[in-house]
Design a protein around this ligand. Structure first.
Ligand code: 5AD
Length: 348
């Protein structure tokens, strides 16, 4: 079968083998065909609504040393901050004003936010009738359980890469096995679980990207967030080559074909590489956008990579811009919470 036939097959079977994925990833002549197949699959399974999730970056303090990341602990050249509980709650209140139904709480792995502190933040935000997504890194089963009991609905923890050797090289002092344990715990506890990868890490192969996509299917991820690796100053990878938008879009489009009913964000890293990156993503399989509601002063300091898109806009401007962009491509802003709807499931 040629690659176009394989893509058509995936549109109905939602299956591709590792070799088939590699063959499509290596063929630049089928990119537009692939993006349009992913767009059709997105429309068929999750419709035209785009879910907006208000992102709060509440601390850039991190105990990890991920080599690609600008807020890793060894970067002594950035100013660190952590918001207090009142500030976090007030950003959530702002997210409510923009009409967002979900708040995403994201931070570095900051031990200051103990289980008790996190639980009180979660339960305060739940009182405002939000779906709550956490993106705060590796924790124990007991901590994940406590957050869930406090009302958290979803959790984002990218695997970053399924290539064990590359994972080890990129994450000094961390363990691949523990990351898998975290993802399994999150699933067991009933979170809508999100994972994903970086595309274009130094030494990453097409084969390993194909394995990443198969891993997303194997663990039945509810959300997949991925984007190009963007080299960041003051990190060990600052002089390395980054990933491309096209490569990231291809991995994303193939993910949509294989996991047709999940939620997939058009990520900020995509927009950072190209001013139209988010729209291209929304037309290549994505159905979620995560507007940043962090205030400008702190948003700038949450510098996981340089040139983060949207730094110049106020949250309100961003909400208006993204809404008109969404409408200009014939899509609508969702009015629901945007939980994963499996085929045959009518609840929202
Ligand atoms: N380029 C692109 N994405 C990055 N992330 C961290 N550093 C970078 C970078 N330099 C991503 C990681 C992490 C997410 C929050 O941001 O995949 O999971």
């Amino acid at each position: 079968m040629n690659n176009k036939d394989l893509i058509e097959k995936a549109q109905t079977s939602h299956n591709l083998s590792k070799e088939e994925l590699i063959s499509i990833l290596n063929d630049e002549s089928v990119n537009d065909f692939l993006f349009s197949a992913a767009d059709k699959t997105r429309e068929k399974y999750v419709g035209n609504a785009v879910h907006l999730r208000g992102l709060i970056e509440f601390s850039n303090i991190c105990k990890c040393s991920c080599k690609y990341c600008g807020i890793q602990k060894d970067n002594h050249l950035i100013k660190r901050y952590r918001l207090d509980i009142e500030e976090i709650i007030s950003l959530a209140r702002e997210a409510k004003l923009y009409g967002y139904k979900t708040v995403v709480l994201q931070s570095g792995e900051d031990a200051f936010f103990t289980k008790e502190k996190m639980c009180s933040i979660i339960s305060e935000i739940k009182k405002m009738d939000f779906a709550v997504t956490l993106s705060i890194g590796e924790k124990t089963y007991e901590e994940y359980k406590a957050y869930k009991d406090a009302g958290a609905d979803r959790y984002l923890l990218r695997i970053e890469t399924t290539d064990r050797n590359l994972y080890r090289a990129m994450h000094p002092g961390m363990s691949f096995e523990n990351r898998i344990r975290c993802l399994k715990d999150l699933k067991t506890l009933g979170y809508e679980t999100g994972t994903g990868c970086l595309v274009g890490l130094p030494g990453q192969t097409t084969e390993s990207l194909a394995e990443d996509i198969l891993f997303f299917k194997e663990i039945d991820a509810d959300m997949i967030g991925l984007g190009p690796f963007i080299p960041c100053e003051n990190t060990p990878l600052e002089r390395d080559k980054g990933g491309t938008l096209i490569a990231a879009l291809k991995v994303m489009a193939l993910t949509r074909l294989l996991l047709p009913d999940i939620n997939i964000p058009a990520t900020t890293a995509m927009e950072t590489l190209n001013p139209n990156g988010r729209i291209s993503a929304l037309q290549s399989g994505a159905n979620v956008v995560m507007p940043n509601v962090t205030d400008n002063e702190h948003k700038k300091l949450y510098s996981i990579y340089p040139g983060k898109a949207g730094l110049g806009n106020s949250p309100e401007e961003y909400k208006n811009t993204i809404t008109s962009k969404i409408e200009s491509i014939g899509r609508v802003v969702s009015t629901g919470y945007g939980f994963r709807r499996r085929e045959g499931d009518s609840s929202d």
